[in-house]
Design a protein around this ligand. Structure first.
Ligand SMILES: *Cc1c(COP(=O)(O)O)cnc(C)c1O
Length: 446
């Protein structure tokens, strides 16, 4: 099972580099990659105890691996949580979290503004499994409240949505969840624990696509779910039989009694959902994500500062109709950013190029995007490289036109993920590709 987090109080940056790793045997300064599928038992008695969950330990790398456990402990600590489970991708982290909390016949209330893959998962795959969803505008607190039914088992939103960087009022949505007796799950992929720790604002579970800022170099997929240890599944036991009724595959074991708050969820996710469905993180990817986390605060603060410079520049650019960045004073989420993101605004944001949405919009956007040289056209965020994407034809292409409008996206919207290059080179790259739009506008005005 997940090892408990270190009780030693540490600063964020110290935890980034050190948490979760206590060298044993050969004292390797950097956490080793345990490239093994399985582990040798000292005795048959030990093996039997491990299989019955009577003692903590590792059996097989589908469920647990020492390199992965260092990652789990580190991310749990950075989020201020009690335990974590690392899996093969962000999608897998979201899927196992929802499956562990919501069963057939259950219901989820989720934000309209979610990542496209999470919307696909909720409205198609989980619907096939008998789990229903109601999407609401994440800023409409009355809508969250109205969407809750007796079958609702969790509320789900992102701390900072993308592509247009809406900042969630986490506390208000947490209050709705808790009034309904269900946990709030927050996807903190774009927020990162350097900018915001959702658990400090009432979130009970925090999920990450570790592929993005945690890894930080665009080299490995991974996902993590952190249990903040705040939700009491024992308060209404009939509602949460997965924790409070005997766990049939382990005889009479009751997870809530055996593992308790902060550990029972990880035990369930690993011993059932990761065990049965198999979305395991490879030791090598776990190691790469650990390497990335060592520089998380440095990268994220630099990327935030660069994004802000770019956003301010674009806001004054005549070929740009609108910049969606919460650091700008006229942005609808400026106040929420001041409250929730005191360390800086996110480095993922969007801008709309000038021009009516018409048949030619796609070609105009393509002419801009295809000429970029420093920014790369990539369906990813949080990389050291600066990247752009076109949500309407890429990440959000599965959405209906109404869903896209609800997410604040038009065909003219270009998403930016600011990397670690020189800000002047990035701004010059954008200026160069936007210049022809100005000439077109001048010609049209003549
Ligand atoms: C990328 C992403 C995911 C999915 O993560 P993968 O690692 O690509 O599976 C989930 N949520 C958000 C906000 C993301 O950006």
């Amino acid at each position: 099972m997940t090892s408990p987090c270190s009780a030693t109080p540490q600063g964020f940056a110290t935890a980034q580099v050190q948490a979760g790793y206590q060298p044993t045997g050969v004292v390797s300064a950097v956490p080793p990659i345990h490239q093994t599928a399985a582990y040798e038992f000292a005795s048959l008695a030990e093996a039997a105890d491990l299989f019955a969950l009577r003692r903590p330990g590792i059996i097989y790398s589908r469920n647990a691996n020492p390199t992965q456990q260092i990652l789990e402990e580190r991310v749990a600590l950075l989020e201020g949580g009690a335990s974590a489970v690392a899996v093969a991708s962000g999608q897998a982290a979201v899927a196992v979290t929802i499956l562990a909390l919501v069963h057939r016949g259950g219901h989820v209330v989720a934000a309209d503004q979610l990542y496209g893959g999470t919307i696909d998962l909720l409205q198609e795959t989980l619907d096939d499994f008998g789990i229903s969803v109601t999407f609401v505008d994440q800023d409409d607190i009355a809508a969250w409240r109205a969407a809750v039914t007796p079958r609702t088992r969790l509320l789900f939103a992102e701390s900072v949505a993308n592509p247009i960087a809406q900042v969630l009022d986490i506390r208000a949505v947490a209050d709705v969840a808790h009034a309904a007796g269900v946990p709030l799950v927050i996807d903190n992929t774009v927020g990162t624990p350097h900018l915001v720790r959702p658990g400090e604002h009432g979130a009970d579970f925090v999920v990450h696509s570790a592929t993005k800022f945690l890894s930080g170099h665009g080299s490995s997929l991974g996902g993590v779910v952190v249990d903040q240890g705040t939700f009491d599944f024992g308060a209404e036991p009939a509602r949460w039989p997965q924790f409070t009724a005997p766990y049939t595959r382990f005889g009479d074991l009751i997870l809530w009694d055996r593992f308790g708050s902060g550990q029972a969820f990880a035990a369930l996710v690993k011993s059932k959902y990761v065990h049965d469905l198999g979305p395991s993180l490879s030791p090598f990817n776990a190691w790469q994500i650990l390497q990335g986390i060592e520089t998380l605060d440095l990268r994220v603060s630099r990327q935030s500062a660069t994004a802000r410079l770019i956003a301010e520049h674009l806001a004054g650019h005549p070929a740009v109709a609108r910049v969606h960045h919460p650091a700008l004073a006229d942005n609808p989420w400026h106040g929420a950013a001041a409250r929730y993101l005191p360390n800086g605004a996110p480095s993922v944001f969007s801008f709309d190029i000038v021009g009516a949405e018409d048949d030619g919009s796609f070609d105009r956007v393509a002419a801009v995007v295809d000429e970029l040289r420093v920014f790369r056209l990539v369906a990813n965020i949080g990389d050291a490289r600066s990247m752009v994407a076109h949500p309407a034809s890429m990440t959000h292409s599965h959405l209906t036109a109404d869903q896209r409008t609800a997410a604040g996206i038009s065909v003219n919207t270009v998403r930016v993920s600011a990397g670690l290059e020189d800000p002047a080179d990035l701004i010059a790259d954008l200026d160069r590709v936007l210049a022809p739009l100005l000439e077109d506008a001048l010609v049209a005005a003549r």
